[in-house]
Design a protein around this ligand. Structure first.
Ligand SMILES: [Mg+2]
Length: 160
């Protein structure tokens, strides 16, 4: 039997968006106040969320896993930075857990699958169950799914 399809968001789920800000010069923070997602090189500065690399790697052995992330429309270099980030933490070679498994979209509900792990409802995340009957939005950071261990415990018995 083929594995169920699982999509995983990046910002606030695999990588810690806010960890980058502590590494920025104060003048850069001031210049980009209110439009932080346009800061050049921002994505490369992000740390992984706690347990994220281990959890995602575990899930790739159980599900057909794809990263499903959105690039800020005003920061097109974010696309290459996101792929570089995935390669840095998960490997760039054939056979690495996320090899050629990055999808960048503003319309996540158009992807066909079983589960979407996402911390926000935007860009089609909340509509994912509507367009995928039986599909589920695992709302990362919510009361039900506060962290990666909770998510892995929830999804593991649902893989088969
Ligand atoms: Mg996110």
């Amino acid at each position: 039997m083929s594995q169920k399809i699982l999509y995983i968001d990046m910002d606030g789920v695999i990588c810690d968006f806010y960890s980058a800000f502590d590494k920025l010069a104060p003048e850069v923070r001031t210049e980009y106040a209110g439009r932080e997602d346009q800061i050049p090189g921002l994505f490369a500065l992000m740390d992984p969320m706690p347990s994220a690399v281990e959890a995602v790697t575990t899930l790739t052995s159980l599900f057909d896993v794809y990263v499903l992330s959105t690039v800020p429309w005003a920061n097109v270099t974010g696309a290459s930075q996101k792929i570089e980030w995935i390669q840095r933490y998960f490997g760039h070679e054939k056979g690495s857990p996320l090899w050629k498994r990055v999808i960048l979209s503003h319309h996540k509900h158009l992807n066909r699958g079983d589960y979407l792990i996402d911390d926000r409802s935007r860009n089609g995340a909340a509509e994912f169950p509507d367009t995928n009957p039986g599909g589920e939005w695992v709302h990362f950071g919510s009361e039900q799914f506060p962290d990666w261990p909770t998510v892995v415990d929830y999804l593991t018995p649902r893989a088969a």
